[in-house]
Write a protein that binds this ligand. Structure first.
Ligand code: ADP
Ligand code: ASP
Ligand code: MG
Length: 432
């Protein structure tokens, strides 16, 4: 088989772990497989590099507008491009280190490996520094090395734009490098090795009773990833879905079967709810006393869109005396910027317009394709929250998810209550 194996930050976090990954690679090759490996930076390294850049910025910009703002955080196309270019040069180095070390470790164990970085791999992206999108993969070099019998160790997370500048794919981007590579070379499977046994019913660090899921559909995984489950980068799931890549998320610390991301459930009926996600990176903005006239929402949301702010939930209350309230959520990092944008907006007839911001909220989402055939999931969720005495601020639903916004301090409590309420701690594992 042709296999892509991706090792995340914790899996290559120490020299011992790098050696353990190398042993796994060599064993796979000895079983007769052809192997392309993608690595992340050693755990903590990307953060360390970003904080170096931020530290420098703070030194040079004391008191100025940009002081204290993490540039990689505000990756919405509004940062300054010179800085972002250098930031990508900087942060991409973390992956180069782990790729070279893993190739050396494979040699030490008697295997044959070569490490390659973004331009050698032919990973071509657009020019959106810190959050680039893959456009093309010119895989000739990888192929020729694989055919020469080598284990090809690729630095994840990085690419090259058309002008030859280094770009990076956003936090967690090595997942996307791996799945895109698997799609491009037609790998039989893309194995994502991480520090948990697979995809769980919710983040096991928050709910220790979370259970490993044997299989989950791309559609559900895409929702969970978009709604805050950081186990896989969203775009990696989108790639898997679009190109039909078989993805197996599993632990680098043991040999247990992990979670298969599938296009459809193979074995049984879809469960009503497959998993939950908690997103703490949300903030709420309420505009009160907005004139209830056509065009106001367009004005508000066009301004935010123009500033690169991605708005999530929106609620507009029934109008009283020709005035209404408009509430919406934005990423917490964009809260102050959003409020500044709105303050400078000239809304006709909004003499008493008030902007209230609330960073202390979070979003909990319930996901399952089974919702299409089971009614009452939202009602059941509301009942569980009521029993816990947790107030719901906002709700949004789609065909396969229900999201609720609550005060941040109740987020984990709500997550655990819903996890138990939907029987996710007890449900038998789906048969793979
Ligand atoms: P890597 O460095 O291997 O890419 P990440 O830290 O990016 O690893 O992703 C693994 C982490 O994702 C786990 O340690 C876990 O805390 C977190 N996580 C969040 N949601 C889930 C989930 N539903 N199932 C499993 N892990 C989850
Ligand atoms: N090293 C990068 C990050 O920490 C990419 C990755 O780990 O996937 O975000
Ligand atoms: Mg990751």
């Amino acid at each position: 088989m042709l296999i892509v194996q991706k090792f995340g930050g914790t899996s290559v976090g120490t020299l011992e772990r790098i050696r353990a990954c190398a042993a796994r690679c060599v064993a796979s090759q000895r079983e007769g497989h052809q192997l392309v490996v993608v690595v992340s930076a050693m755990a903590g390294e990307t953060n360390r590099l970003i904080s170096l850049a931020n530290g420098l910025r703070r030194l040079g910009a004391q008191g100025s507008e940009s002081a204290g703002k993490g540039p990689y955080v505000a990756a919405s196309g509004v940062g300054d491009r010179v800085h972002e270019r250098e930031l990508d040069q900087l942060v991409s180095t973390g992956e180069n280190v782990s790729a070279a070390l893993l190739a050396m470790a494979i040699h030490d164990l008697g295997g044959d490996a070569i490490s390659l970085v973004g331009h050698q791999i032919g990973m071509i992206t657009d020019a959106t520094y810190t959050n680039a999108r893959i456009q093309e993969l010119r895989g000739e070099r990888i192929w020729s090395e694989v055919e020469a019998g080598k284990i090809v160790v690729c630095a994840g997370f990085q690419g090259l734009d058309a002008a030859g500048n280094i770009t990076t794919l956003g936090r967690g981007g090595s997942d996307t490098s791996a799945v895109a590579l698997a799609a491009a070379i037609g790998a039989d499977v893309c194995e994502i090795y991480t520090d948990v046994d697979g995809v769980y019913t919710t983040d096991p660090r928050i709910e220790p009773k979370a259970r490993k899921i044997a299989e989950i559909t791309c559609e559900e995984m895409l929702e969970l990833a978009s709604l805050g489950a950081k186990i896989l980068q969203i775009r990696s799931v989108a790639f898997a879905m679009r190109y039909g890549v078989a993805v197996h998320v599993r632990s680098s610390l043991n040999d247990r079967e992990g979670t298969w991301i599938v296009s459809e459930y193979r074995s049984m009926e879809a469960p009503e709810v497959v998993g939950l996600a908690l997103d703490r990176n949300e903030a709420k903005v309420t505009l009160t006393n907005v004139p209830d006239t056509p065009g106001i929402a367009a004005l508000v949301f066009n301004r935010l869109a123009g500033a690169g702010v991605v708005v999530d939930m929106i609620i507009q209350n029934a109008s009283r005396d020709g005035r209404t309230d408009l509430t919406f959520t934005v990423p917490e990092n964009d809260l102050d910027r959003s409020v500044d944008e709105l303050k400078s907006l000239d809304i006709p007839g909004s003499g008493q317009l008030e902007i209230v911001k609330d960073p202390d909220i979070c979003k909990i989402s319930i996901v399952g394709v089974g919702m299409r055939s089971h009614s009452g999931v939202a009602a059941k969720a509301f009942q569980i929250m009521a029993t816990e005495g947790i107030n719901i601020h906002m709700v949004s639903t789609s065909e396969i998810k229900v999201s609720v916004v609550v005060q941040e301090r109740y987020g984990e409590l709500a997550l655990r209550a819903l996890h138990a309420g939907f029987g996710l701690d007890k449900a038998p594992e789906l048969e793979a």
